[in-house]
Write a protein that binds this ligand. Structure first.
Ligand SMILES: [Zn+2]
Length: 512
């Protein structure tokens, strides 16, 4: 996420980690079937929820505002209709043991707000909303149960959701809700857009470009997202997760091509991009935001008390991946990293540790200290792994093994847990050593020795690369990736052939 750029738009909440309150239903349990019908104006939603094998104890919503938008709810009970009432976020079905189905109506119109953090917003004529404002989930003995959802959509209307598709054989796709913790946020969209499936190797990026004034160039957005997906796949020869929801929201003129973007994990993995659609494709391709957000898919969801780990990984790879994809010359990528490290250094208060600054960055705005400390530590880890193993190991290899063992992940990870796992997967102690050294340090990570060894000379203010430095081959390997120098450039009119599609490389995990 790019928190620091959100400040002009958002009243930031506390970035506290909440452990999932409820256990997650396992596959193979009873599945309840929901049919959701939206009206052509996208203002009302009618939901029919049918239960199998029997009636749950209650229906529960995961947004406290859901009851405000709920209009009628009735249970079909012993061939009679029984009116239901929400109490807070719960509709009790207690005493209605043989209810086969419940029907309810939700006013989406009443949920629409103008705040980007609101429960629903209009994007042009389309609607972007949190599923938690209308999805009343079946609970039994205090735990949520899995649901399969179909949508009945008016002609020309489509839906984008983060949930995995389990069946496409019928006229409408069936989505399964239930793998992820119920308190992880998500967004979905209804509108007159197309869902474009972008293949990146075996993975699928499910792109929806919402309406805008003026409308966005959908083909340009597709090429931009495809180039970003392929750049991430250069890391270890495949895209890190099998399927991702990608939503592009054209919000009109902004100070940059992508004024705001974020990754959400509720229901499935998703990247949401709020764009200035009046800009040409070249500006999107040159921008770092998409590479940053897609790089977050390389790691599981991590406790925000260690946000420097995941923001550091994404800030490091936003430059490395663009260099490897041929979108940045290596010298520029090093200059961008160096400029980031300088911003981090300048934002480092003398008396507070990295852990302390990470915890308060949303209120005191010291994002640069957090993001670029993490990126510096990623560079130190990458360099050390490559140096110790003579190039056999790298941060790429450690993350490839993490992907093979643990992604997609349906749970929170703590920072130390991730560091231990990366150590185990690389057979080293590089990650936990760096973690312990830096998390309680009040200093920005010292890169002077790494710069000297790698041949990065920034003393004149301008970055110069020296090939006579002892670790210059490692420096070159970082920006070239395992396949060496690449010829690929920005996406051309017909798209570009990419070795990722034709020859996916498998990196087998070794457990040592
Ligand atoms: Zn981020």
């Amino acid at each position: 996420m790019t928190w620091y750029r959100a400040l002009p738009f958002l009243a930031l909440g506390v970035m506290a980690v909440q452990a999932s309150i409820y256990p997650v239903p396992a596959l193979g349990e009873s599945v309840h079937r929901y049919l959701a019908r939206v009206d052509p104006a996208l203002g009302e939603l009618h939901v029919k929820a049918c239960f199998a094998p029997d009636t749950p104890d209650a229906l529960v919503a995961f947004d406290e505002r859901a009851a405000q938008y709920l209009d009628h709810a009735v249970a079909h009970h012993q061939s009679a209709r029984h009116a239901l009432r929400a109490r807070g976020t719960e509709i009790s079905l207690h005493g209605l043991s043989d209810v086969a189905c419940v029907e309810y109506q939700v006013s989406l119109d009443r949920a629409v707000s103008t705040s980007r953090r609101g429960p629903a917003i209009r994007v042009g004529r389309d609607l972007l909303l949190s599923p938690d404002i209308w999805l009343w989930r079946p609970f039994r003995r205090g735990a949520p149960e899995a649901i399969e959802i179909r949508f009945d959509l008016p002609a020309g209307v489509n839906v984008s959701v983060p949930w995995p598709v389990v069946d496409t054989s019928g006229p409408q796709a069936i989505y399964r809700v239930g793998g992820r913790p119920t308190d992880w946020p998500a967004r979905m969209a209804f509108g007159r857009f197309e869902i474009t499936e972008i293949p990146v190797g075996e993975a699928r990026l499910r792109l929806a470009v919402l309406d805008g004034q003026p409308p966005a160039d959908r083909e340009a957005m597709r090429r931009w997202v495809e180039a970003g997906g392929k750049a991430v796949a250069t890391l270890y020869g495949r895209f890190p997760i099998p399927s991702v929801q990608v939503l592009v929201m054209p919000i009109g003129r902004g100070r940059e091509p992508v004024p705001w973007a974020e990754v959400m994990r509720g229901g499935g993995d998703a990247v949401h991009l709020y764009v200035d659609q009046t800009r040409p494709l070249e500006e999107f391709v040159a921008d770092w935001t998409l590479a940053h957000e897609l790089s977050h898919l390389l790691h599981p969801r991590i406790d925000s008390r260690d946000a420097w780990i995941y923001e550091g990984l994404a800030s490091y790879y936003q430059n490395v991946l663009r260099a490897r994809a041929g979108l940045l010359p290596p010298t520029t990528a090093w200059s961008e990293l160096h400029a980031g490290f300088q911003r981090g250094l300048n934002a480092t208060p003398p008396d507070r540790t990295l852990a302390q600054v990470t915890e308060t960055m949303a209120s005191d705005g010291l994002f640069m200290r957090v993001y670029w400390s993490g990126a510096a530590i990623a560079l130190l880890a990458d360099t050390e792994l490559r140096r110790r193993s003579r190039g056999r190991l790298s941060l790429d290899v450690a993350l490839a093994r993490l992907q093979a063992c643990c992604l997609p992940s349906n749970r929170w990870w703590t920072g130390p847990e991730l560091m231990h796992e990366l150590d185990r997967l690389s057979g080293t102690n590089v990650f936990t050593t760096l973690y312990r050294h830096h998390v309680h340090s009040a200093r920005f990570p010292d890169l002077r020795e790494a710069y000297r060894q790698l041949g990065i000379d920034a003393r004149s203010g301008e970055v110069k690369l020296r090939d006579d430095a002892p670790l210059a081959p490692i420096r070159r390997a970082i920006m070239q990736g395992p396949d060496g120098p690449r010829q690929a450039g920005p996406p051309g009119p017909g798209g570009s052939a990419d070795p990722v599609d034709s020859a996916p490389r498998a990196v087998s995990p070794s457990r040592g």
